[in-house]
Design a protein. Sequence first.
Lengths: 150, 477
Amino acid sequence: MKILLIEDESLIRTLFEDSIYYLEEMKPGSQIELSSAPDYFSARSYLAEQPAPEVILLDLRLPRGGGLVADDQPEKEYGFQLLREIKANPKFSKTAVIVLTNLADRESEIQSYKLGADSFLVKSRVTPQEFFENILQKIKDISGKTEGGE
Amino acid sequence: MTALSVLSVAYYFHFVGALIPALESKAVAIGRTVRIPIERSLDVGLTKETLFGVNERLADAVRAYPDIDAMYVTNEEGTIIFHSDRKKIGGKINVGKIRKGKKIDGEAHTAFTKEVTEDLNTHRAVYLPITREETTEGWIGINLKDESIKLETRTFALRALLGMLAAALAAWFVASRIIKYLIIDPLAILETTATQLARGNFTARAFVLTNDEIGTLAETFNFMAEEIRISHKKLEQNIETLKRLLEAKVEFLQIVNHQLRTPVSIMNGYLEFFRRGTYKTLTPEKQDDIQEKIIAAFNQLNEIIEMMMEAFEIEGGHPEMAEETFSLGEELMSVIKEFEDAAKKKNLNFEKIIPGKINILSDKKHLKAIVSNLIDNAIKYTPPGGKITIDLSEKSNRAIIRVIDTGIGLTREDLATIFHKFVRAPEGKKMVPGGSGLGLYITRKIAAELNGSVMAESGGRNLGSTFTLELPIKKIK
């Protein structure tokens, strides 16, 4: 399964990679392919060039990328902007878009769902391992159902 | 009532006095007629006819004048020798008291008037003297009717009363006009203005032009209104300032909250290995790796917490700066020493250009902290094999500390923003993820508190950076 992680903190990206490493170790055949993009621009190029992933993990606090100077404001708007664009694109109609952020306020949550997010997760509350487990479980359930139960 | 009685008495006498000219002529005529019989009577005795004639004339006079009750003639001793009422002839009046009465000056003669009591009746009498060559030989007495006088007096009193009433009404009317103009209207103006002020119109003013106490009150009132307007404006400005400060604080907290969650997420994520008991299944290299990452995340968390508090306090006001004299060179050396290991690990070369004696009066702890920040940054952002130079010099009473590295350098955009709160240069962020973005912000603030300054220069990407810290040798507070 292809998962695209759009996250600007490199340490978090590393954490996810390490967590998958563990999964792949412990669960042979999980076959999770994790790609990542650190900002809005690079995420857009990836999504434009690559086939649609099954899951997109999107951080709200996303810098624009492309050489823009950071300012004092948290760049909330690019996360939402990207969310809007992904949801508007029919290419990703089958893709689960999960907002994975540390902006744990209700406003962000409401806004995310409004813009079409499938789920809203707070990074400091969910570990990558838990997340992957859930994902794999869900896929198992779905494929289990389509295959006529197990 | 006193005025009334005074007026009526005055009029009374005036009235009586007005009678005199009329009576005078009659009296004179009668006197002239009478004198001859008196003379004759003294000489030859009075004849019946003569006597009767005089009495008749007196009676005529009384009939002619409705105000006269009786008229009579007395001799010098007061015996009545002629009377309009013949029955009264022979009576006596007290002539001694006549001259004690009120004197009335007629046109040609002087009369006397007094109240006379006779048969339990009191009436007013007027006496004209009959004189021959300055000797008073007798008196002509005229008794006036009380009622008519009383009526006249009453009528006059009534008229006087009405007049006074009218005058009082007129005065009242004028007074009320005056009160309206001077008091009611100005007070109404003040009331309207006060209502306006209460409604929030702070430009309302009372336009009272009278030059009296109320005018002064209005002036004072207007001063008060102006003060209200000014302080209201100040209040609004203060509220605006407070609002902005509050918003800034809220934003700060939001960023703090967010920034703290990142290292927490990382620690949490790696601790999952421990929770699931899979840590021991990892290879030793992987174990070390994960261990390092957890520690790094923890340190990052710590650093962010420390920096947050410092920045919060600095923003809130002016932190206390201590003052002591110390050798700048010595303290710099001790800071450098603390970083020597880290530099060595990264294979970085330290070059120190520190002359011996530069003494400074400043806050040792804070100064060392900001120099540490600069050196720490230099080490962080210089790739292995690079060089870090620390240079101390003195120029025109200022100490100049330069930290020069051969690291990743700063672009023009970086230079414009790295001293801002929470800003990290993107290149630096890539190289060293997980910083708070507050280091240089705090450094600059503290430098300012020490009456110094810090600035950055760079030739550009990968051309190294120079951070210059300037401080006054003598801290003037």
